[in-house]
Design a protein around this ligand. Structure first.
Ligand code: NDP
Ligand code: MG
Length: 384
Protein backbone atom coordinates (compact mmCIF):
# COMPACT_ATOMS: atom_id res chain seq x y z
CA UNK A 1 0.00 0.00 0.00
CA UNK A 2 1.43 3.42 -0.98
CA UNK A 3 0.37 6.17 1.41
CA UNK A 4 0.08 9.40 -0.58
CA UNK A 5 0.13 13.13 0.03
CA UNK A 6 -1.35 15.01 -2.92
CA UNK A 7 -0.45 18.70 -3.39
CA UNK A 8 -2.70 20.69 -5.71
CA UNK A 9 -5.52 18.20 -5.25
CA UNK A 10 -8.26 20.44 -6.68
CA UNK A 11 -6.41 21.11 -9.94
CA UNK A 12 -6.53 19.35 -13.28
CA UNK A 13 -3.69 16.94 -12.44
CA UNK A 14 -4.83 16.72 -8.81
CA UNK A 15 -8.35 15.54 -9.63
CA UNK A 16 -7.06 13.08 -12.23
CA UNK A 17 -4.69 11.71 -9.56
CA UNK A 18 -7.71 11.26 -7.31
CA UNK A 19 -9.35 9.21 -10.11
CA UNK A 20 -6.35 6.88 -10.17
CA UNK A 21 -6.22 6.56 -6.38
CA UNK A 22 -9.94 5.70 -6.29
CA UNK A 23 -9.52 3.08 -9.00
CA UNK A 24 -6.85 1.23 -7.05
CA UNK A 25 -7.89 1.20 -3.38
CA UNK A 26 -5.77 -1.91 -2.81
CA UNK A 27 -2.64 -0.02 -3.96
CA UNK A 28 -3.10 3.57 -2.77
CA UNK A 29 -4.37 5.45 0.23
CA UNK A 30 -4.83 9.23 0.24
CA UNK A 31 -3.39 10.29 3.59
CA UNK A 32 -2.52 13.95 2.94
CA UNK A 33 -4.48 16.38 0.76
CA UNK A 34 -3.46 19.97 0.02
CA UNK A 35 -5.16 22.54 -2.15
CA UNK A 36 -5.52 26.29 -2.50
CA UNK A 37 -8.99 27.70 -1.96
CA UNK A 38 -11.43 25.70 -4.08
CA UNK A 39 -13.60 24.08 -1.41
CA UNK A 40 -16.31 23.04 -3.90
CA UNK A 41 -13.85 20.81 -5.72
CA UNK A 42 -12.08 19.66 -2.56
CA UNK A 43 -15.09 18.65 -0.46
CA UNK A 44 -16.32 15.64 -2.49
CA UNK A 45 -12.75 14.25 -2.62
CA UNK A 46 -12.20 14.79 1.09
CA UNK A 47 -15.52 13.23 2.11
CA UNK A 48 -14.94 10.31 -0.22
CA UNK A 49 -11.33 9.44 0.64
CA UNK A 50 -11.16 10.88 4.18
CA UNK A 51 -7.51 11.99 4.24
CA UNK A 52 -6.02 12.21 7.72
CA UNK A 53 -4.24 15.50 7.03
CA UNK A 54 -5.47 18.51 5.05
CA UNK A 55 -3.67 21.75 4.18
CA UNK A 56 -5.26 24.78 2.53
CA UNK A 57 -3.78 28.05 1.33
CA UNK A 58 -5.17 30.53 3.87
CA UNK A 59 -7.07 31.00 7.15
CA UNK A 60 -10.35 31.91 5.45
CA UNK A 61 -10.46 28.63 3.52
CA UNK A 62 -9.40 26.78 6.67
CA UNK A 63 -12.37 28.18 8.65
CA UNK A 64 -14.88 27.56 5.87
CA UNK A 65 -13.73 23.98 5.35
CA UNK A 66 -13.63 23.19 9.06
CA UNK A 67 -17.34 23.93 9.32
CA UNK A 68 -18.27 21.57 6.51
CA UNK A 69 -16.56 18.30 7.35
CA UNK A 70 -18.29 15.19 8.65
CA UNK A 71 -15.12 13.87 10.37
CA UNK A 72 -12.12 15.36 12.17
CA UNK A 73 -8.91 15.34 10.15
CA UNK A 74 -5.90 17.47 11.12
CA UNK A 75 -6.36 20.70 9.14
CA UNK A 76 -3.84 23.44 8.74
CA UNK A 77 -3.09 26.32 6.37
CA UNK A 78 -0.19 28.22 4.83
CA UNK A 79 3.27 27.54 3.50
CA UNK A 80 4.72 25.97 6.63
CA UNK A 81 1.88 23.47 6.78
CA UNK A 82 2.44 22.64 3.11
CA UNK A 83 6.07 21.87 3.91
CA UNK A 84 5.00 19.65 6.81
CA UNK A 85 2.37 17.58 5.03
CA UNK A 86 4.95 16.19 2.59
CA UNK A 87 7.35 14.98 5.26
CA UNK A 88 5.08 13.15 7.73
CA UNK A 89 6.30 9.70 8.77
CA UNK A 90 3.12 7.94 7.57
CA UNK A 91 3.60 9.10 3.94
CA UNK A 92 5.46 7.10 1.25
CA UNK A 93 4.81 9.13 -1.89
CA UNK A 94 4.17 12.80 -2.60
CA UNK A 95 2.33 13.83 -5.76
CA UNK A 96 3.35 17.41 -6.47
CA UNK A 97 0.62 18.83 -8.71
CA UNK A 98 0.64 22.32 -7.32
CA UNK A 99 0.85 25.16 -9.84
CA UNK A 100 3.91 27.37 -10.09
CA UNK A 101 7.10 27.96 -8.15
CA UNK A 102 5.16 27.83 -4.87
CA UNK A 103 5.93 24.10 -5.20
CA UNK A 104 9.66 24.58 -4.70
CA UNK A 105 9.82 24.51 -0.90
CA UNK A 106 7.53 21.49 -0.41
CA UNK A 107 9.52 19.64 -3.10
CA UNK A 108 12.73 20.21 -1.17
CA UNK A 109 11.08 19.18 2.11
CA UNK A 110 9.79 15.96 0.52
CA UNK A 111 13.27 15.22 -0.84
CA UNK A 112 14.89 15.84 2.55
CA UNK A 113 12.34 13.49 4.13
CA UNK A 114 13.33 10.92 1.45
CA UNK A 115 9.82 10.54 0.05
CA UNK A 116 9.27 9.25 -3.45
CA UNK A 117 7.91 12.10 -5.60
CA UNK A 118 5.52 11.94 -8.55
CA UNK A 119 6.32 15.25 -10.12
CA UNK A 120 4.05 17.44 -12.27
CA UNK A 121 5.11 20.85 -10.99
CA UNK A 122 7.57 21.81 -13.75
CA UNK A 123 7.93 25.48 -12.67
CA UNK A 124 9.85 24.25 -9.61
CA UNK A 125 12.51 22.58 -11.74
CA UNK A 126 12.72 25.59 -14.02
CA UNK A 127 13.22 28.05 -11.21
CA UNK A 128 15.68 26.02 -9.12
CA UNK A 129 16.65 22.86 -11.02
CA UNK A 130 20.26 22.92 -9.88
CA UNK A 131 19.24 22.93 -6.19
CA UNK A 132 16.43 20.40 -6.50
CA UNK A 133 18.50 17.88 -8.47
CA UNK A 134 21.50 18.21 -6.18
CA UNK A 135 19.37 17.51 -3.11
CA UNK A 136 17.53 14.66 -4.88
CA UNK A 137 20.85 13.04 -5.73
CA UNK A 138 22.26 13.47 -2.22
CA UNK A 139 19.11 12.00 -0.67
CA UNK A 140 18.77 9.29 -3.36
CA UNK A 141 15.22 10.37 -4.16
CA UNK A 142 13.76 9.74 -7.63
CA UNK A 143 11.60 12.39 -9.21
CA UNK A 144 9.10 10.35 -11.21
CA UNK A 145 7.81 12.52 -14.05
CA UNK A 146 4.08 13.02 -14.49
CA UNK A 147 4.41 15.40 -17.45
CA UNK A 148 3.51 13.18 -20.44
CA UNK A 149 6.66 14.01 -22.43
CA UNK A 150 8.96 13.25 -19.52
CA UNK A 151 7.07 10.12 -18.57
CA UNK A 152 7.59 9.03 -22.19
CA UNK A 153 11.32 9.70 -22.05
CA UNK A 154 11.56 7.95 -18.68
CA UNK A 155 10.04 4.86 -20.31
CA UNK A 156 12.26 5.09 -23.41
CA UNK A 157 15.33 5.21 -21.16
CA UNK A 158 14.43 2.22 -19.04
CA UNK A 159 17.44 -0.10 -18.98
CA UNK A 160 19.42 2.11 -21.38
CA UNK A 161 22.90 3.50 -20.95
CA UNK A 162 22.79 7.26 -20.39
CA UNK A 163 26.03 7.80 -22.36
CA UNK A 164 24.38 6.36 -25.47
CA UNK A 165 21.66 9.02 -25.69
CA UNK A 166 22.16 11.09 -28.83
CA UNK A 167 19.17 13.32 -28.35
CA UNK A 168 15.86 13.70 -26.65
CA UNK A 169 13.03 14.73 -28.97
CA UNK A 170 10.10 16.42 -27.27
CA UNK A 171 6.86 16.53 -29.22
CA UNK A 172 4.63 19.61 -29.10
CA UNK A 173 0.99 19.72 -30.17
CA UNK A 174 1.33 23.42 -30.96
CA UNK A 175 -1.46 24.57 -28.63
CA UNK A 176 -4.61 26.50 -29.46
CA UNK A 177 -3.04 28.81 -32.06
CA UNK A 178 -0.82 26.37 -33.91
CA UNK A 179 -2.36 27.14 -37.31
CA UNK A 180 -2.23 30.92 -36.90
CA UNK A 181 0.53 33.15 -38.22
CA UNK A 182 2.06 35.75 -35.90
CA UNK A 183 -0.06 38.45 -37.56
CA UNK A 184 -3.17 36.46 -36.77
CA UNK A 185 -2.26 36.45 -33.08
CA UNK A 186 -3.07 40.14 -32.77
CA UNK A 187 -6.34 40.43 -30.89
CA UNK A 188 -6.77 36.76 -29.94
CA UNK A 189 -8.73 36.38 -26.71
CA UNK A 190 -8.35 34.45 -23.49
CA UNK A 191 -11.36 32.41 -24.52
CA UNK A 192 -9.66 31.36 -27.80
CA UNK A 193 -6.37 30.60 -26.02
CA UNK A 194 -8.05 28.32 -23.48
CA UNK A 195 -9.29 25.92 -26.19
CA UNK A 196 -6.53 23.31 -26.43
CA UNK A 197 -6.93 20.93 -29.39
CA UNK A 198 -5.86 17.70 -27.63
CA UNK A 199 -5.59 18.03 -23.85
CA UNK A 200 -7.88 19.28 -21.11
CA UNK A 201 -5.65 21.05 -18.58
CA UNK A 202 -5.51 23.88 -16.05
CA UNK A 203 -5.74 27.47 -17.35
CA UNK A 204 -2.09 28.45 -16.89
CA UNK A 205 -0.62 25.46 -18.72
CA UNK A 206 -3.19 25.86 -21.52
CA UNK A 207 -1.97 29.43 -22.07
CA UNK A 208 1.64 28.22 -21.78
CA UNK A 209 0.85 25.71 -24.55
CA UNK A 210 -0.52 28.45 -26.79
CA UNK A 211 2.62 30.58 -26.32
CA UNK A 212 4.85 27.46 -26.53
CA UNK A 213 6.34 28.47 -23.18
CA UNK A 214 5.08 25.14 -21.89
CA UNK A 215 7.46 23.36 -24.25
CA UNK A 216 10.24 25.74 -23.21
CA UNK A 217 9.64 24.90 -19.55
CA UNK A 218 9.64 21.23 -20.55
CA UNK A 219 13.00 21.56 -22.31
CA UNK A 220 14.47 22.89 -19.05
CA UNK A 221 12.62 20.19 -17.09
CA UNK A 222 14.10 17.51 -19.39
CA UNK A 223 17.58 18.99 -19.02
CA UNK A 224 17.40 18.54 -15.25
CA UNK A 225 15.47 15.27 -15.02
CA UNK A 226 17.62 13.44 -17.57
CA UNK A 227 20.90 15.30 -17.08
CA UNK A 228 21.05 16.11 -20.80
CA UNK A 229 22.69 19.18 -22.39
CA UNK A 230 20.43 21.63 -24.23
CA UNK A 231 22.13 20.88 -27.57
CA UNK A 232 20.82 17.35 -27.25
CA UNK A 233 17.19 18.33 -26.67
CA UNK A 234 15.05 18.98 -29.76
CA UNK A 235 11.41 19.94 -30.15
CA UNK A 236 9.21 19.00 -33.09
CA UNK A 237 5.58 19.77 -33.80
CA UNK A 238 3.28 16.76 -33.75
CA UNK A 239 -0.41 17.61 -34.11
CA UNK A 240 -1.99 14.45 -32.77
CA UNK A 241 -0.23 14.16 -29.37
CA UNK A 242 0.01 10.40 -29.88
CA UNK A 243 3.80 10.12 -29.70
CA UNK A 244 4.49 11.65 -26.30
CA UNK A 245 8.24 12.02 -26.91
CA UNK A 246 11.25 10.12 -28.23
CA UNK A 247 14.89 9.34 -27.59
CA UNK A 248 17.46 8.85 -30.33
CA UNK A 249 20.46 6.70 -29.38
CA UNK A 250 24.04 6.55 -30.66
CA UNK A 251 23.18 3.89 -33.25
CA UNK A 252 20.35 6.07 -34.63
CA UNK A 253 17.69 3.83 -33.13
CA UNK A 254 14.77 5.94 -32.00
CA UNK A 255 12.53 4.88 -29.14
CA UNK A 256 9.10 6.49 -28.80
CA UNK A 257 6.30 6.13 -26.30
CA UNK A 258 2.76 6.34 -27.67
CA UNK A 259 -0.68 6.48 -26.12
CA UNK A 260 -4.08 8.12 -26.01
CA UNK A 261 -3.71 11.73 -24.82
CA UNK A 262 -5.01 11.11 -21.29
CA UNK A 263 -2.91 12.49 -18.42
CA UNK A 264 -4.16 9.75 -16.12
CA UNK A 265 -1.87 7.29 -17.95
CA UNK A 266 1.41 9.07 -17.03
CA UNK A 267 -0.01 9.88 -13.57
CA UNK A 268 -0.67 6.18 -12.98
CA UNK A 269 2.77 5.29 -14.36
CA UNK A 270 4.41 7.53 -11.75
CA UNK A 271 2.19 6.22 -8.95
CA UNK A 272 2.69 2.52 -9.65
CA UNK A 273 6.35 2.72 -10.74
CA UNK A 274 8.27 0.43 -11.09
CA UNK A 275 5.17 -1.69 -11.73
CA UNK A 276 2.32 -1.13 -14.17
CA UNK A 277 -1.37 -1.61 -13.45
CA UNK A 278 -4.45 -2.00 -15.62
CA UNK A 279 -5.84 1.21 -17.02
CA UNK A 280 -9.47 1.23 -18.17
CA UNK A 281 -10.43 4.89 -17.79
CA UNK A 282 -10.18 5.76 -21.50
CA UNK A 283 -10.00 3.92 -24.81
CA UNK A 284 -6.70 2.29 -25.72
CA UNK A 285 -4.75 3.78 -28.61
CA UNK A 286 -6.08 2.60 -31.96
CA UNK A 287 -3.52 3.55 -34.60
CA UNK A 288 -5.78 2.44 -37.44
CA UNK A 289 -8.42 4.87 -36.21
CA UNK A 290 -5.80 7.63 -35.86
CA UNK A 291 -4.71 6.79 -39.42
CA UNK A 292 -1.99 9.35 -39.82
CA UNK A 293 0.63 11.03 -37.66
CA UNK A 294 1.96 14.44 -38.71
CA UNK A 295 5.22 16.20 -37.89
CA UNK A 296 6.56 19.67 -38.62
CA UNK A 297 9.74 21.56 -37.86
CA UNK A 298 9.58 23.90 -34.86
CA UNK A 299 10.05 27.60 -35.54
CA UNK A 300 11.68 29.89 -32.97
CA UNK A 301 10.45 32.93 -34.93
CA UNK A 302 6.86 31.81 -34.69
CA UNK A 303 7.25 30.78 -31.04
CA UNK A 304 9.70 33.21 -29.35
CA UNK A 305 8.85 31.87 -25.87
CA UNK A 306 10.54 28.59 -26.80
CA UNK A 307 13.62 30.50 -27.99
CA UNK A 308 13.71 32.44 -24.72
CA UNK A 309 13.45 29.26 -22.68
CA UNK A 310 16.42 27.71 -24.53
CA UNK A 311 18.35 30.95 -23.97
CA UNK A 312 17.54 30.96 -20.26
CA UNK A 313 18.41 27.28 -19.91
CA UNK A 314 21.72 27.61 -21.75
CA UNK A 315 22.72 30.74 -19.86
CA UNK A 316 21.63 29.16 -16.57
CA UNK A 317 22.29 30.87 -13.24
CA UNK A 318 19.33 33.05 -12.24
CA UNK A 319 17.96 33.55 -15.77
CA UNK A 320 15.53 30.57 -15.70
CA UNK A 321 14.09 31.96 -12.43
CA UNK A 322 13.47 35.27 -14.23
CA UNK A 323 11.91 33.50 -17.22
CA UNK A 324 9.58 31.50 -15.00
CA UNK A 325 8.52 34.30 -12.65
CA UNK A 326 7.91 36.74 -15.53
CA UNK A 327 5.89 34.10 -17.34
CA UNK A 328 3.79 33.18 -14.29
CA UNK A 329 2.96 36.85 -13.68
CA UNK A 330 2.33 37.66 -17.35
CA UNK A 331 -0.01 34.69 -17.79
CA UNK A 332 -1.87 35.72 -14.66
CA UNK A 333 -2.32 39.24 -16.09
CA UNK A 334 -3.48 37.82 -19.41
CA UNK A 335 -6.04 35.62 -17.63
CA UNK A 336 -7.25 38.76 -15.82
CA UNK A 337 -7.69 40.51 -19.20
CA UNK A 338 -5.05 43.10 -18.30
CA UNK A 339 -2.66 42.42 -21.19
CA UNK A 340 -2.90 41.01 -24.70
CA UNK A 341 -1.68 37.58 -25.73
CA UNK A 342 1.41 38.97 -27.50
CA UNK A 343 2.30 41.09 -24.49
CA UNK A 344 3.03 37.91 -22.51
CA UNK A 345 6.22 37.30 -24.51
CA UNK A 346 7.12 41.00 -24.59
CA UNK A 347 7.02 41.25 -20.79
CA UNK A 348 9.16 38.13 -20.38
CA UNK A 349 11.71 39.28 -22.95
CA UNK A 350 12.06 42.66 -21.27
CA UNK A 351 12.78 41.09 -17.87
CA UNK A 352 15.32 38.70 -19.37
CA UNK A 353 17.11 41.46 -21.27
CA UNK A 354 17.47 43.75 -18.26
CA UNK A 355 18.50 41.07 -15.75
CA UNK A 356 22.16 40.72 -14.68
CA UNK A 357 22.63 37.00 -14.32
CA UNK A 358 23.69 35.68 -10.91
CA UNK A 359 25.67 32.44 -11.15
CA UNK A 360 24.66 29.46 -9.03
CA UNK A 361 21.95 31.35 -7.05
CA UNK A 362 21.10 29.97 -3.61
CA UNK A 363 17.55 29.41 -2.38
CA UNK A 364 17.15 32.81 -0.73
CA UNK A 365 18.31 34.55 -3.91
CA UNK A 366 15.80 32.53 -5.92
CA UNK A 367 12.89 33.31 -3.57
CA UNK A 368 13.74 37.03 -3.56
CA UNK A 369 14.23 37.21 -7.30
CA UNK A 370 11.00 35.32 -7.96
CA UNK A 371 9.05 37.89 -5.91
CA UNK A 372 10.92 40.86 -7.35
CA UNK A 373 10.30 39.85 -10.98
CA UNK A 374 6.58 39.26 -10.36
CA UNK A 375 6.30 42.74 -8.83
CA UNK A 376 8.23 44.34 -11.68
CA UNK A 377 6.03 42.72 -14.31
CA UNK A 378 2.76 43.66 -12.61
CA UNK A 379 4.02 47.19 -11.92
CA UNK A 380 5.04 47.65 -15.57
CA UNK A 381 1.45 46.88 -16.56
CA UNK A 382 -0.21 48.86 -13.75
CA UNK A 383 1.64 52.09 -14.41
CA UNK A 384 0.69 52.23 -18.11
P1 NDP B 1 -4.47 23.82 -11.94
O1 NDP B 1 -4.47 25.29 -12.03
O2 NDP B 1 -5.60 23.06 -12.53
O3 NDP B 1 -4.35 23.39 -10.40
C1 NDP B 1 -3.41 23.96 -9.54
C2 NDP B 1 -3.55 23.39 -8.14
O4 NDP B 1 -2.61 24.04 -7.28
C3 NDP B 1 -4.93 23.64 -7.53
O5 NDP B 1 -5.25 22.55 -6.70
C4 NDP B 1 -4.71 24.90 -6.70
O6 NDP B 1 -5.65 25.04 -5.64
C5 NDP B 1 -3.32 24.60 -6.16
N1 NDP B 1 -2.61 25.79 -5.71
C6 NDP B 1 -2.28 26.89 -6.44
N2 NDP B 1 -1.61 27.78 -5.69
C7 NDP B 1 -1.52 27.22 -4.44
C8 NDP B 1 -0.95 27.66 -3.21
N3 NDP B 1 -0.35 28.84 -3.09
N4 NDP B 1 -1.02 26.82 -2.13
C9 NDP B 1 -1.63 25.62 -2.24
N5 NDP B 1 -2.18 25.15 -3.39
C10 NDP B 1 -2.14 25.96 -4.45
O7 NDP B 1 -3.09 23.31 -12.55
P2 NDP B 1 -2.75 21.98 -13.35
O8 NDP B 1 -3.28 20.79 -12.62
O9 NDP B 1 -3.08 22.17 -14.77
O10 NDP B 1 -1.16 21.98 -13.25
C11 NDP B 1 -0.45 21.67 -12.06
C12 NDP B 1 1.03 21.47 -12.41
O11 NDP B 1 1.14 20.33 -13.26
C13 NDP B 1 1.64 22.65 -13.17
O12 NDP B 1 2.97 22.79 -12.80
C14 NDP B 1 1.56 22.20 -14.63
O13 NDP B 1 2.56 22.77 -15.42
C15 NDP B 1 1.79 20.70 -14.48
N6 NDP B 1 1.24 19.88 -15.56
C16 NDP B 1 -0.10 19.92 -15.83
C17 NDP B 1 -0.64 19.15 -16.85
C18 NDP B 1 -2.12 19.11 -17.10
O14 NDP B 1 -2.58 18.33 -17.92
N7 NDP B 1 -2.92 19.91 -16.43
C19 NDP B 1 0.21 18.32 -17.71
C20 NDP B 1 1.60 18.33 -17.32
C21 NDP B 1 2.08 19.09 -16.29
P3 NDP B 1 -7.09 25.80 -5.79
O15 NDP B 1 -7.50 25.71 -7.19
O16 NDP B 1 -7.94 25.05 -4.83
O17 NDP B 1 -6.87 27.22 -5.34
MG1 MG C 1 3.69 18.12 -21.08
Amino acid sequence: MKRITLLGGTGSIGLQTVDIIKRHPEQFQLVGFAFGTNIDKALPVIENLKPKYIVVQNRETFTKLNNKLSYSPTINFGMEALNEIVSLPDIDLVVNAVLGSVGLQPTLEAIRAKKQIAFANKETLVTAGHIVMKEAKENRVDLLPVDSEHAAIHQCLKGENHDEIKKIILTASGGSFRDKTRDQLIGVTKHDALKHPNWSMGAKITIDSATMMNKGLEVIEAHWLFDTPYDQIDVILHNESVIHSMVEFADQSVMAQLGTPDMRIPIQYALTYPERSDFTLSEALDLVKVGQLNFREMSFDRFPCLRMAYEAGRMGGSLPTVLNAANEEAVKLFLQDKITFLEIEELIEKEMETHSVIQDPDLDTIFELDQEIRKRVSYAVLKR
